[in-house]
Design a protein. Structure first.
Length: 86
């Protein structure tokens, strides 16, 4: 099971960077094919981690940018809440 360790801002940054590197690889493909291939591989890895929401390097380093949801404690019963609404 993959544990998601990438938050929303991190995902957005990875999506923008991955797209930028992919365009850069497409532009450089004619003049520098090996550089373009390497850039495309890096872009693919960045985009895959953005889509999956999990980064193996973050897991190895113990980094987690995904905010954890914590349930809110109940404040009262239904009758108490109904009285507050009146």
């Amino acid at each position: 099971m993959i544990i998601k360790n990438i938050g929303g801002v991190d995902t957005a940054i990875r999506a923008v960077l991955g797209s930028f590197f992919m365009v850069l690889a497409a532009v450089a493909a004619d003049q520098h094919p090996f550089v373009a291939f390497g850039t495309a591989l890096i872009a693919t890895a960045i985009l895959i981690t953005a889509i999956a929401g999990a980064c193996p390097l973050y897991t190895a380093l113990g980094i987690d940018t995904n905010p954890q949801w914590t349930p809110q404690p109940r404040t009262g019963t239904k009758r108490e809440l109904a009285r507050q609404l009146r």
